[in-house]
Design a protein around this ligand. Structure first.
Ligand SMILES: [Fe+2]
Length: 291
């Protein structure tokens, strides 16, 4: 039976019905999911229990996997999951919640700032697929904002001002915003900034969007404070509540979003409860600057 999608968010975000992710994904359903992603930007698949291998198979049926290496403060021998996954849990290698003052946790809570996954890599992410293995008793929503809608809602003068600008993205810049400054020299090198266009064009729909993220800490050729205020104003505009969709997790949910046209953030949850989330990521293409 063909999948169906119903809209759940403000002008974007859908829920996919009539699908069992554990089954091999047929060509027609894969095409329908890609079309749904282009249209909605975010798709939720409710209560889909699956193994790690099933999540990998589903992800690979949709594109090329991005590996997660060196993007957190976990050391190579502290990885709980293979590099085919990004570990979005709050757990250490023994599946225990990280202590409140653990620097790996403090770095990771930078995910509560609005961002687009891997915007700090030369080739940023296409889709992220986040699966909830264990959720907390309260909190922990993931919120989404549509950057195509945000771009459309800018006035003409601001659109003109944004055109052609290039931003510098680094995880150092997002962590500076929350006062996380104690990075080693090795980490600073690893998190060296990369350049991304501020206005990007979706490769399938041709729609323009703001390529924003809290990782953006500078605009090439601009004084830093002026750049950061400008980017902050754009992010405030783009994340007004009327534009935001909140996903309230149920155990087993898989949520997939297109990082090329949305931003997202995690919301707070109790520090001592287990939150086990597993993300697979599809590699994108280099962001295309608006002509
Ligand atoms: Fe993220």
């Amino acid at each position: 039976m063909a999948i169906s999608i119903r809209q759940v968010g403000p002008g974007f975000a859908g829920e996919v019905e009539k699908i069992d992710i554990r089954e091999p994904l047929g060509k027609a359903d894969a095409a329908a999911i890609h079309a749904g992603m282009d249209e909605y930007g975010v798709l939720a698949f409710r209560e889909q229990p699956m193994t790690a291998d099933q999540q990998l198979a589903f992800t690979r049926a949709l594109g090329t996997l991005e590996h997660s290496i060196g993007t957190s403060l976990r050391k190579p021998d502290e990885y709980r999951l293979p590099t085919t996954f990004a570990d979005v849990s709050n757990l250490d290698i023994d599946d225990k919640p990280l202590a409140r003052d653990d620097r790996r946790r403090l770095f990771a809570i930078g995910n509560r700032l609005w961002h687009s996954d891997s915007s700090f890599k030369p080739v940023p992410a296409k889709y992220s697929l986040l699966h909830a293995i264990a959720i907390t008793s309260t909190g922990g929503n993931t919120e989404f904002a549509h950057m195509g809608a945000a771009y459309d809602a800018l006035d003409a003068a601001t659109k003109a001002r944004c055109e052609g600008l290039v931003c510098e993205h680094s995880q150092m810049y997002s962590r500076q915003q929350i006062g996380f400054l104690d990075l080693s020299e090795e980490e600073k090198l690893r998190f060296a900034p990369v350049c991304q266009p501020l206005v990007r064009v979706h490769p399938v729909t041709g729609r323009k969007s703001l390529f924003l993220a809290s990782h953006a800490g500078g605009i090439v050729g601009w004084p830093v404070p002026e750049a950061r205020i400008f980017l902050r104003d754009l992010a405030e505009h783009a994340t007004q509540r009327k534009f935001v969709h909140a996903h309230r997790w149920r155990k087993g949910d898989l949520v997939m979003w297109d990082n090329r046209q949305t931003m997202h953030r995690a919301r707070p949850f109790p520090v001592d409860e287990v939150r086990d989330m597993r993300r697979t990521t599809l590699a994108g293409d280099a962001a295309r600057q608006a002509a």
